[in-house]
Design a protein. Sequence first.
Length: 116
Amino acid sequence: MHELDITKQLTKKIKQIVKENDIGKYNLRAIVELGRLSTFSKEPMLHYYNLIAKEDDVLSKIKLEITIKEGKILCNDCKSEKIIYDFFDKVCEKCNSINTEIREGRDVFLKKIEKS
Ligand SMILES: [Zn+2]
């Protein structure tokens, strides 16, 4: 499962931020935004995070929360935007052009770390 790799990358980044800001003494929540059009799924990421966090002094105090970000395309012909839920739904609803590009919803990133 390739969620393991992305989760490891996220834990590395979380630990780095916690160390840089010296906030390891607090109970924290790490908010991760997961694009609906990315190739990752939420449940396996939470599963791997919990496994990794259990064995880690820093991460064991940090709860991971994953929010889903919808996909968005931009039409290159009429410049309108559309929310999409499926990677293949790339036709513009205004002008029916297929000359569109995905602008949001493909990435996974650590949005913020906050006190819980
Ligand atoms: Zn269009």
